[in-house]
Design a binder for this molecule. Structure first.
Ligand SMILES: [Zn+2]
Length: 175
């Protein structure tokens, strides 16, 4: 081993130290759970996120509604910002019938969307609304899927997702 002192390395030429960037403000505190956007089953609902925010505002009032074109009378589902028949954007909001009957159904036994993993198995299906020429898809609550039948009566209702948003579901009403 050499006893000579180690040669001093030339000191680095340093620029003036760069001050750290100002600390970014913390994101707002989230009071409600938010799911990752791409895995979020439910749509964003506020008026700065969708032109269909009235649909969701009405859901919060317990009303499931859609748009209708006053020019040609066409009832839309899902609700639209413009009539697909005449392209008018002057549409009116109408409440949907609250009662319908199951046209077809199936069950989700696995691979449920994020946030619904603990709820399998559950039923989903197509429901013909009484008094409206519409067939809606959605979850069917209120009865085990093994006890549902084609033709079962259901009620269309809004429900609270729990994070400030609302959506619609069906609830079996047969005894
Ligand atoms: Zn129209």
């Amino acid at each position: 081993m050499s006893s000579e002192p180690r040669p001093r390395r030339p000191g680095p030429i340093l620029a003036a130290p760069v001050p750290p960037p100002p600390e970014a403000p913390l994101p707002p505190v989230r009071t409600r759970e938010r799911r990752p956007f791409l895995l979020d089953f439910f749509p964003l609902e506020s008026s700065d996120q969708t032109r269909l925010s009235r649909f969701f505002d009405r859901l919060k009032e317990g009303r499931v509604s859609t748009t209708r074109c006053p020019k040609d009378g066409l009832l839309h589902w899902p609700p639209r910002t413009a009539c697909p028949q005449c392209h008018s954007e002057e549409l009116e909001w109408v409440d949907l019938p609250e009662v319908g009957h199951v046209y077809a159904f199936s069950a989700v036994l696995g691979g449920a969307p994020l946030g619904m993993e603990d709820e399998v198995p559950f039923a989903v299906g197509l429901v013909d609304l009484d008094g409206a020429p519409l067939r809606l898809f959605g979850r069917i609550e209120g009865r085990p899927w093994t006890e549902l039948q084609i033709g079962s009566a259901v009620r269309l209702e809004s429900f609270d997702i729990g994070d400030g948003r609302y959506f619609y579901r069906f609830r079996a009403t047969d005894p």
